[in-house]
Design a protein around this ligand. Structure first.
Ligand code: CA
Length: 227
């Protein structure tokens, strides 16, 4: 069963889906605007997002683009717009699946389970990740930069692995606190900053002169191959 972030502005539909998804065993949090929904995704880090495209404050496609900038969370788009061009555009922008209104809660639940299954397969992690000169090996829990072995603490290794497995994607500090430190968010930014700066030093770089580890101001950090 999954944690589901539901973004839907229609009170009646929202209430009905909340109840139906909860009946299917999911933990559901709902928002009625795009901005509220985005905030919730960043803070709560749900397993899956159900997104209505027609929202009062922002077009759902635009919101989807913003979600994709900060998160790889599976998104099921639920909308009345069943024309093919909207559907294609939505999928192109990173939606994982699509349901047209009216749909049954059973269908939505089946789609949620399907994207979660797919996510598990595609996210089954490799044993080893190579990014530029950097090689991170999960089995032996060591990392090399070129020929040089990096002396990393347990947390630094976990942090590096998490960033490497999401290479090229901006990872928020909240996500790092949740995934690496396994704590719900609560003022952990400073701890993340400190460990990031230690990791940077071991990678032989600085925040102002990054090679692998790039800070995206106000959003988070991403690991990329140097240019
Ligand atoms: Ca709507």
């Amino acid at each position: 069963m999954a944690s589901v972030s539901l973004i839907e502005d229609d009170d009646r539909i929202r209430a009905a889906l909340l109840r139906a998804l909860a009946d299917h065993g999911h933990t559901v949090r709902a928002s009625s605007t795009a901005m509220e929904g985005l905030q919730q995704i960043i803070e709560w880090n749900p397993d899956v997002v159900v997104l209505d495209l027609g929202l009062p404050d922002m077009d759902g496609c635009e919101l989807l683009r913003m979600i994709r900038a900060v998160s790889a969370v599976p998104v099921v788009v639920a909308t009345a717009r069943d024309d093919e061009s909207t559907m294609i555009r939505t999928l192109d922008q990173g939606a994982d699946d699509y349901v047209s209104k009216p749909f049954s809660a059973e269908q939505l639940d089946a789609r949620i389970r399907a994207v979660l299954r797919r996510g598990k397969t595609s996210r089954s992690e490799p044993e080893k990740i190579e990014i530029g000169q950097l090689v991170v090996d999960r089995t032996s829990r060591d990392a090399h930069l070129g020929q040089q072995r990096l002396e990393l603490t347990r947390l630094e290794f976990d942090l590096l692995w998490h960033l490497a497995s999401r290479q090229g994607t901006v990872v928020t500090k909240r996500e790092l606190v949740g995934e690496v430190w396994r704590q719900p968010y609560g003022g952990g930014d400073r701890t993340v900053d400190v460990h990031l700066s230690w990791l940077r030093r071991k990678l032989g770089e600085t925040a102002t002169n990054p090679r692998y580890l790039h800070t995206v101001r106000g959003v988070g950090v991403k690991l990329v191959a140097p240019e």
